[in-house]
Design a protein around this ligand. Sequence first.
Ligand SMILES: Cc1cc2nc3c(=O)[nH]c(=O)nc-3n(C[C@H](O)[C@H](O)[C@H](O)COP(=O)(O)OP(=O)(O)OC[C@H]3O[C@@H](n4cnc5c(N)ncnc54)[C@H](O)[C@@H]3O)c2cc1C
Length: 314
Amino acid sequence: MGGFPELFLERVGKPLGRGVLLKDVSNFRIGGPADFFFEAGTESDLRAALGAAREGGVRRYVMGGGFNLLFDDAGYRGLLIKVGLRGMTVETASESGFLFRAASGESAGDLLKFAVARGCGGLEFLAGIPGTVGGAVFGNAGAFGRAVGDVLEDALVLGADGRAVRAGRDDLEFSYRHSKLKSRHDILLEATFRLRSGDPAAVEAKIAEYLALRAEKHPPKKTAYAGSYFKNPARPDGTKLAAGHLLEQVGARGMRVGGAAVSACHCNFLVNEADASAADVLALAAELKARVKARFGIELEEEVIFLPADGPSL
Ligand SMILES: Cc1cc2nc3c(=O)[nH]c(=O)nc-3n(C[C@H](O)[C@H](O)[C@H](O)COP(=O)(O)OP(=O)(O)OC[C@H]3O[C@@H](n4cnc5c(N)ncnc54)[C@H](O)[C@@H]3O)c2cc1C
């Protein structure tokens, strides 16, 4: 890969991070060195970085806040781009509702605060979900029966051909923890949300209620993990099962491999308790999946995204 940092500097005008430890940019606190790392604070930096990777034949992957990712012990053989685009605006405001536009690198929590400060309801379910707008749209983040796809009006996405296209909610094909961004690997630049005016006291009360429910279930704030490890599976008739409940029944509570453990709070949280490696987490997850498959015939699917060192170039 000789020469890529020079090419990057020439094309982007900013230097690359080299050998950045991915455990320092992931809430799991796991991951070896990425060959190259860059935080793109503007759309033109992002485009230039993507262009440099294409020109230099370097594998690349984008990330937001690193709250849903498990990085490899061997790091990443390519360019990891942290999308740091900023900006939030109220597009339209009327008695019936509001359109809010947020850049993909804004945190979902800041978007919620921004909306609440302007008397808007509809995003309360985001309270306590860490990460960026980009990550939230990518994975249709949600809680308490609501998800991003319910409130998204449209989005500006950058395709592999370098064209930015405005996509409506239906184009993004949202479903449980899924959007079309997952299958097409387009990059979200910004999203517009349709919100309703809400009684500030009622909105604040809902947020407080959700945060209290989370505090009961989730491990302490500083815990190194990535939220629910597995998706909740559905029966053939469509009814949802709780992955945590299935895991509980196969004896997951207290299980560990190396430094990785099943959280004492909830069996669907795998936590890095003591310098866990990605290999520890993956081995623990594989054992849990095998037990659930053997007992219930159900194939659990990961919600947390593992990025192998020589993983896809997205
Ligand atoms: C304590 C805790 C609680 C959580 N609770 C919930 C919850 O209740 N509900 C829930 O749904 N999730 C939850 N999560 C998981 C996580 O917060 C969400 O998945 C969040 O949306 C991830 O955002 P991120 O910016 O950190 O994404 P990252 O982890 O950085 O990336 C996740 C994926 O999104 C892609 N991505 C990121 N930005 C972009 C972009 N701009 N364009 C295209 N692709 C992009 C990345 O390539 C990657 O594949 C929780 C996690 C933690 C640690």
